[in-house]
Write a protein that binds this ligand. Structure first.
Ligand code: EZ4
Ligand code: CO
Length: 403
């Protein structure tokens, strides 16, 4: 049995910050895990290096479940994004090791492929509706079967999800948080226009998605859901801040537009009531921020009982290690729904050589043993950490709001 000999935390910034755990076994087998928490990276790096790694040395790397329980129950302090990202990194690395030792890709260890590949959605965004439609047509031309649409709000200087670059949206862009302004009234007018224009230009054979990014009240979200119904969106995401889970009952009562939530959830306990009360259709928790493959698989199993499918977060702040782990899990589980795919920059891809491939609107994790992804530590060292924050958001009168 491979014993854990050492583990190191690698912080690198090839275009954006990533925290990666590399676990090394006494037989030389290595595994990688992603521990990136956007804007709070060094907290997880310290949690891992100072508090988790010392407890790993000498353990049997094959005992994934036991190590998960040891780190979760053994810390006394449970849940939370820092803790769960750290546990996730260890968990991903151990699945990577188990796959390499077995000579099998991780999806085979999880039960084998349930489908040909994982349907992904790309991000079409633009300052104007016309710009967003042009970007969406480009994705459609590349074979995407699902596209997220975000556009600027007339009268607002900046909007969530809208970037200058056509393919890369990178919100963590400043040494101190940028201040954005927000107007719900202006926003609620433009989104239905965007969807009407999109159906006109793209037709009905492509899934269209939208991210509200936690900004509406329940009744406003209900309004948006109703207004978008004629255009049959695949989902609206994070319609309201999900710590108020009862809010989703109100939205549900008013609209048949499917609801997705959970990218900032860190455990099955954040998902449980929403799933069991049938208040959502897609759960967006990820292997990275929700405790690794081991815990995310448990969330997906719970969701499956209630016809809730996965729609895992896959923004650029989740490294290629998380993307690979998500694809192995997504390929294997019965209730995979869709996977977000915001392509990484060339610099990021170079630091994290990986085997997953896009074809026909889907990503496939590949058949290399383990996760099929690694970190080039020499290259990583050439990209030192740079502090970077997500923006904050205020209403036009200065009131602090959710970003
Ligand atoms: O704002 O990943 O659906 N994707 C998103 C992302 C999140 C960032 C936060 O780290 O909401 O753009
Ligand atoms: Co989102």
């Amino acid at each position: 049995m491979p014993k854990i000999a050492s583990a190191r935390v690698i912080v690198t910034s090839p275009g954006r910050n990533f925290v990666t755990l590399k676990v090394v076994c006494d037989d030389g087998t290595t595994g990688v895990g992603d521990a990136t928490l956007n804007g709070r990276e060094l907290a997880v790096a310290s949690y891992l290096a100072d508090h988790v790694v010392p407890c790993l040395i000498g353990r049997d790397a094959h005992r994934i479940e036991d190590i998960w329980q040891y780190l979760y129950k053994g810390a006394y302090w449970r849940r939370g994004p820092v803790t769960m990202a750290a546990i996730a990194a260890v968990d991903m690395a151990l699945w990577d090791i188990k796959g390499k030792v077995a000579g099998l890709p991780v999806y085979q260890l999880l039960g084998g492929a349930s489908r040909a590949g994982c349907m992904v959605y790309g991000h079409a965004n633009g300052e104007t509706i016309a710009d967003t439609i042009a970007a969406a047509l480009d994705y459609q031309g590349q074979g995407y079967k699902a596209i997220r649409l975000q556009c600027g709000v007339p009268g607002m200087a900046s909007t969530y999800g809208v970037s200058k670059d056509k393919y890369f949206y990178e919100p963590a862009d400043a040494e101190l948080p940028t201040e954005n302004l927000w107007s719900t009234a202006k926003y609620l007018r433009v989104v239905p226009e965007l969807f009407a224009a999109a159906r006109e230009a793209l037709g009905w054979d492509v899934h269209l998605l939208h991210d509200v990014h936690h900004r509406l009240t329940p009744i406003e979200a209900a309004r948006l859901g109703k207004d978008l119904e004629p255009y049959r969106p695949f989902w609206i995401e994070d319609a309201t801040p999900a710590e108020d889970q009862e809010a989703f009952r109100l939205i549900r009562q008013h609209t048949t537009t499917p609801l997705a939530v959970g990218e900032i959830f860190s455990s099955i306990w954040d998902c449980k009531a929403l799933i069991e009360n049938r208040l959502i259709d897609y759960i967006r928790a990820t292997v990275l921020h929700a405790g690794g493959i081991t815990h995310m698989r448990q969330i997906a199993s719970l969701a499956d009982l209630y016809h809730v499918r996965t729609g895992c977060h896959g923004a650029t702040d989740l490294s290629p290690v998380t993307m690979a782990a998500a694809l192995h899990l997504g390929l294997a589980i019965p209730n995979f729904g869709i996977q977000e795919y915001m392509r990484h920059s060339d610099d990021t891809d170079a630091v994290f050589p990986h085997g997953y491939r896009f074809a026909d609107g889907m990503l496939h994790p590949g058949d290399a043993p383990g996760l099929g992804v690694d970190i080039d530590e020499r290259l990583a060292a050439a990209h030192p950490y740079r502090r970077a924050y997500l923006p904050v958001n205020r209403l036009e009168d200065g009131t602090m709001w959710s970003w």
